[in-house]
Design a protein around this ligand. Structure first.
Ligand code: CAA
Length: 277
């Protein structure tokens, strides 16, 4: 039984993650932007351990490249961003076997990136797919997108951040209802609850996310990364520690060339020329 299930992993002999660098917007290559695509549409981009490892490797490589200043993450096929962790792969797991694989560690790579990461969600973002989208910094959602943490219906709970990130995103009362019932929500409800940044017509999802990434990539990267980290720390730290961290980061940027350039350009009434230093 175990072998039958395992052997049905789709796409076993080809890469499950595609990277386009630079990403191409409607008007050509987008300076500083990479597009990463989960490429297992036949299984609604279910997040097998191999796919997650490939994704983590790809994102870490992009994060280490100074030419990449914003990343868009999406799912191939349009029906799903990702329909969750791979149920086929986990079905016969035990606490020991799943912990021993150590593969859930690779999920954490996404939350450690310094480069801004935007999820472009079309179709299903369920279970691990919703958790992956929430680990990104922003979510651009198609009007057809569906978000949810249905794990309770499988006899488990979210295992890659769902209980923690959903609660921080939409509050305890609403997170409780969604996680304890496994109910999915559509893009408009997700927008009302504050889970997503923006809802757009389905065909505009990736272009809109790329456009947003392009605007971020055009800004001074040290300030952008510091801003991302400061906001991320709001979830991690008590207010007083977060404020202290923010002040230090703010002061630290006054040692950068881009701060001098940005303020001089404002005063000279000319466009700034960023060097990333
Ligand atoms: N794992 C493995 N395979 C999956 C999958 C998943 N999470 N989700 C979909 N697939 C596969 C299906 O098995 C099917 O494959 P076959 O054609 O080989 O049968 C293919 O993708 C298409 O899916 P459906 O036929 O089910 O498509 P549908 O349109 O009828 O339904 C859906 C779509 C409602 C998203 C349904 O596929 C579904 O409910 N998927 C599971 C969602 C889920 O429970 N996710 C949570 C997983 S557990 C988790 O993520 C734990 C964690 O926190 C880390």
């Amino acid at each position: 039984m175990t072998e039958d299930r395992g052997s049905k992993e789709a796409g076993a002999d080809r890469p499950l993650v595609r990277v386009e660098r630079p990403a191409r917007g409607p008007d050509g290559p987008l300076d500083g932007v990479a597009l990463v695509t989960l490429d297992r549409p036949e299984a609604l981009n279910a997040l097998s351990f191999r796919l997650v490892a490939e994704l983590a490797d790809a994102l870490e490589a992009l994060d280490g490249d100074p030419e990449v200043r914003a990343i868009v993450l999406t799912g191939a096929g349009g029906r799903a961003f990702a329909a969750g962790a791979d149920i086929r792969e986990m079905a016969d797991g035990t606490p020991e076997s799943l912990a021993a694989k150590g593969s859930f560690d690779r999920w954490d790579a996404v939350g450690r990136l310094r480069t801004p990461l935007i999820a472009a969600v079309r179709g299903f973002a369920l279970g691990g797919g919703c958790e992956l989208a929430m680990a990104c910094d922003m979510i651009v959602a198609a009007d057809t997108a569906t978000f949810g943490q249905p794990e309770v219906k499988l006899g488990v709970i979210p295992g890659a951040g769902g209980t923690q990130r959903l609660t921080r995103a939409i509050g305890k009362a609403r997170a409780m209802e969604l996680v304890l019932t496994g109910r999915s929500i559509d893009a408009r409800e997700a927008e009302r609850l504050g889970l997503v940044t923006r809802v757009v017509p389905a065909e505009e999802t990736v272009p809109a996310a790329l456009e947003l990434a392009g605007r971020i990539a055009a800004l001074p990267p040290m300030a952008v990364r510091a801003a991302k980290e400061a906001i991320a720390r709001a979830d991690e730290m008590p207010l007083s520690a977060g404020l202290a961290w923010e002040r230090q980061a703010f002061l630290g940027l006054f040692a950068s060339d881009d701060q001098k350039e940005g303020m001089a350009a404002f005063l000279d009434k000319r466009p700034a020329h960023w060097t990333g230093r």
